[in-house]
Design a protein around this ligand. Structure first.
Ligand SMILES: [Zn+2]
Ligand SMILES: [Zn+2]
Length: 270
């Protein structure tokens, strides 16, 4: 792939159970989409600053699901944007809209639009394919972004990889995928049994091993960079999933690079 066809980039402002927000941008046009908004106004604007993202270039906000770590900053951030005269529409599924109090809070500030599994949205000049994930929220979604020759896959908060998700994540150049917990650390850790069952279950979060397995089946020549997302601060470390994925890539002889997305430090993939 040539430098001109590497159009997409991803800035992960925060990732993890205390808050999530990421910006997907088309570098050739500067037009961007915000995915989830579970961060403070300060963290959001600092992240934009750090990666030279003009808040006015954010043309839409996509909400994966109603859990508070993905939505709690919607009110403050949308109010902050409104003060700058910016009112990007906020997209979520009907069920997620109905279940989310931050979504209700921003109703006067931003137009709300809905999507459903299988939709192909046209946002900020990008094609956004919506797929359902498997999570203990009313509904939960991941996205595939495409522009010209480039593609990016984004999936967090899923207990298993659904068939639709696997299909949507194929042949992307940039891949942001959940590697939430180390199965041993979760089993041996301090969480109550019920919570352990929830996290490890079909409606929970992908483990490092599930993440590495999925990425292995997604390998193709054009895959260049992988970000491990939603890493647990209690049942994982930032190093373990990166090492596990790297070991898998080494075994497969694949040159893709892996990095962790952090709770408190933004990262950038391009
Ligand atoms: Zn989450
Ligand atoms: Zn969640």
């Amino acid at each position: 792939m040539t430098e001109e066809t590497r159009q997409l980039e991803l800035a992960v402002i925060a990732s993890g159970s205390k808050g999530n927000a990421a910006v997907v941008r088309d570098r050739t046009t500067g037009r961007a989409v915000l995915v989830d908004c579970g961060v403070t106004k300060r963290a959001f604007f600092a992240g934009c600053d750090q990666f030279d993202i003009d808040p006015a270039a954010i043309e839409a906000v996509l909400v994966t699901h109603e859990h508070i770590d993905h939505t709690k900053g919607l009110g403050v951030v949308m109010r902050g944007l409104a003060k700058l005269g910016l009112h990007p529409p906020v997209f979520a599924s009907l069920a997620v809209c109905a279940a989310s109090s931050p979504m209700a809070e921003i109703a006067p500030l931003a137009e709300q639009r809905t999507f459903a599994a299988g939709d192909a949205l046209s946002l900020a000049g990008m094609q956004v394919h919506v797929f359902e994930t498997s999570h203990d929220s009313v509904e939960s979604y991941g996205f595939r972004f495409e522009t010209g020759a480039d593609a990016l896959g984004y999936m967090t908060d899923t207990g298993v990889v659904t068939g639709a998700a696997h299909e949507a994540l194929g042949h992307v150049r940039l891949l942001a995928i959940e590697g939430n917990h180390d199965e041993r650390m979760l089993a041996d850790g301090p969480y109550p049994w019920m919570l352990k069952q929830r996290i490890a279950g079909e409606g929970g979060h992908l483990s490092n091993a599930q993440c590495a397995d999925e990425v292995r089946t997604l390998l193709h020549d054009g895959l260049e960079r992988i970000a491990v997302m939603h890493i647990s601060e209690n049942n994982n470390t930032y190093g373990i999933p990166v090492r596990e994925l790297q070991a898998m890539l080494d075994r497969e002889g694949h040159p893709a690079t892996v990095q962790a997305a952090f709770q408190n430090r933004p990262i950038h993939l391009r």
